[in-house]
Design a protein around this ligand. Structure first.
Ligand code: VG1
Ligand code: CO
Length: 558
């Protein structure tokens, strides 16, 4: 096999967002578009380690996966990468990639996914680089990738190299003038399953399913988790095969949004409402998100899920060994976990949106468990959020506590109070009005007298305690990330937060996050939409969202 230099010209807009580069498939299919980004990723991501490096490569099975992997193979070989470890048929969940990077101590990995965005020839694709710690590349690296894409003029590629990914085997190629290049096609689930068995007490979880004590319903939403779920919950833990649905990874996710929330996982929610199951869960396309439901589709918000797990961490063998090193959440995530941390005497960090911000804290041994309101939960067992792990963690707690999901939540709120939370997404807005709205909010936080000002709606009055655009200084490497979301924090800890999404593939998505805390147990069973109504009204008025975007209602409420 020979390698050659190939002239290329830059493509605009190859700036990685919250979690890698996400664009429509037709964008990635443009001549040398994917090639440019892969070359930039290898150059910037690996630096002087590029020659002789080993990488894990895999994705969530969406349309264009195989094409993208073949491009990665050709460019990696051309650039002197020594070895790629690739899941069979290119399938690896995001947490599995993170697990394998760490286990095989590789120099990093490339994940092919647009996560919860729809897939198919006219839907989205994505490419993300993870570093040798198993976590998403930090901003320093993603900025360096973007800089290269702006001036790229040359690729090094083995144009004739192709590799069959259908069977588990190792392929070795001799690249002229360079040496050996190896592609090892591996089982997609083995390493991940082994890690889960080290973390959890599978025997204890198994007891839950004996004699149908607990009926579960797991929805893979035609994403990557299907094979993992069947292996773990059915083969290893003995749950009946009928307790798993949509377990066939499809390249278009069956035409759905593979996003585990009450809107897009409606199939699961409706089945759970029939009352046959005591526990339900769904995952997103690449397997890093999770949604937890109890009997009759009792909804556990991701904020509460994180707090309940934090409160019961000692039920999980892994944490009995490691101890509790600290907790963290992303800024828009409700502060339920903060209350647990306080009682447990543990550190609690607030980081910007995106899993990449947790990695440094974990590497420094200061973070055990963390999460995001966007259905992300995880721990320092890897450096990505992990959907299947979260479900196992819940089942381990249920097995130890011998209580229902709803009981656990009611008791939790009884101890800590309830952080009511909702997120309104306005997807597919035009960029100009969305930016105008954010500019308006910037002006508002800069106003003299904003602190102390009173805002009223629905018979409630809130006093502004703090208004800013969230800025984060990483406590480990002191890197600073600015403009991570406009925050309005009131004297009773209620919060209104505005952000623009960084994972969309076109236009702008406005995210509005609302949080209100209640210690009074008579409110606990109320609907969050009802409790938060006054704050929502204040948020819409102060932002002029409706006037500027023309949107009367959000596209998704979580
Ligand atoms: C969204 C979520 C964020 C999450 C990110 C990646 O980002 O809000 O919490 O980390 O998706 O998740 P944004 O910028 O669109 O708000 V995933 O499962 O898409 O990798
Ligand atoms: Co995801």
């Amino acid at each position: 096999i020979y390698a050659q230099k190939l002239a290329t010209t830059p493509h605009e807009g190859q700036k990685p967002g919250t979690s890698g580069l996400r664009k429509g498939v037709p964008v990635f299919q443009q001549p040398l578009y994917t090639e440019n980004f892969v070359q930039a990723t290898l150059t910037a991501g690996l630096g002087d380690k590029l020659k002789g490096s080993t990488l894990i490569v895999g994705g969530d099975g969406r349309y264009f996966l195989n094409d993208a992997i073949q491009i990665i193979i050709r460019i990696a070989a051309g650039n002197g990468v020594r070895k790629l470890i690739i899941g069979r048929q290119g399938i690896l969940s995001t947490p599995a990639v993170s697990c394998m990077i760490r286990k095989y101590k590789t120099d990093g990995g490339i994940i092919l996914t647009a996560s919860h965005n729809p897939g198919g020839p006219n839907a989205d694709f994505g490419i993300k680089f993870n570093c040798s710690n198993g976590g998403p590349a930090p901003e320093g690296v993603t900025n360096a990738i973007f800089e290269i894409t702006k001036n790229i003029s040359e690729l090094i590629i083995c144009p004739e190299l192709r590799c069959d990914l259908d069977i588990i085997s190792s392929h070795t190629f001799k690249v002229e003038g360079q040496g050996e290049f190896e592609v090892e096609v591996v089982d997609s689930v083995n390493d991940y399953v082994q890690l889960m068995k080290e973390i959890f007490d599978f025997e204890a979880i198994k007891q839950l399913f004996i004699g149908g004590r607990l009926n579960i319903l797991i929805d893979s939403m035609n994403g990557v988790t299907g094979p993992y779920v069947q292996r773990i919950f059915h083969e290893e833990l003995g749950a009946p095969a009928s307790s798993m649905i949509q377990v066939e990874p499809k390249d278009d996710f069956g035409g759905h949004h593979p996003d585990p929330n009450l809107t897009y996982a409606a199939d699961l929610v409706n089945k759970m409402k029939e009352g046959e199951h005591g526990f339900g869960a769904a995952f997103d396309g690449d397997g890093d998100r999770n949604m937890i439901l109890g009997h009759n589709a009792f909804f556990v918000t991701p904020n509460d899920s994180l707090a309940v797990l934090a409160n019961n961490l000692e039920c999980i063998p892994y944490f009995r060994k490691t101890g509790i090193k600290g907790f963290a959440r992303s800024m828009p995530t409700a502060g339920a976990v903060d209350r647990v941390a306080k009682v447990k005497g543990a550190e609690c960090f607030e980081v910007p949106t995106g899993w990449k911000f947790f990695g440094n804290l974990m590497d420094a041994g200061r973070l055990s468990l963390c999460g995001e309101e966007s259905f992300g939960t995880g721990s320092d067992h890897i450096r990505e959020k992990d959907g299947v792990w979260a479900v196992l963690a819940w089942l381990q707690v249920l097995a130890a506590k011998k209580k229902s999901v709803q009981q656990l939540l009611m008791e939790h709120w009884g101890l800590y109070g309830r952080n009511f939370f909702t997120r309104y997404d306005y997807e597919g807005c035009d960029s100009a009005p969305a930016n105008k709205m954010m500019d308006g909010l910037e002006a508002l936080i800069a106003e003299k007298g904003i602190v102390g000002r009173k805002f009223s709606a629905g018979g409630k009055t809130y006093t502004m305690a703090k208004a800013d655009n969230f800025s984060y200084t990483d406590p480990i490497d002191s890197s600073v990330s600015t403009k991570q979301g406009i925050r309005f924090i009131f004297t009773d800890d209620s919060r209104i937060i505005f952000r623009l999404s960084g994972t969309g593939s076109s236009g702008a998505t406005i995210r509005l996050y609302i949080e209100g805390y209640e210690a009074d147990s008579s409110t606990f069973e109320k609907d969050a939409q009802e409790v938060l109504k006054p704050l929502i009204q204040i948020a819409l008025e102060m932002s002029k969202l409706k006037e500027l975007t023309g949107r009367k209602a959000p596209t998704v409420i979580t």
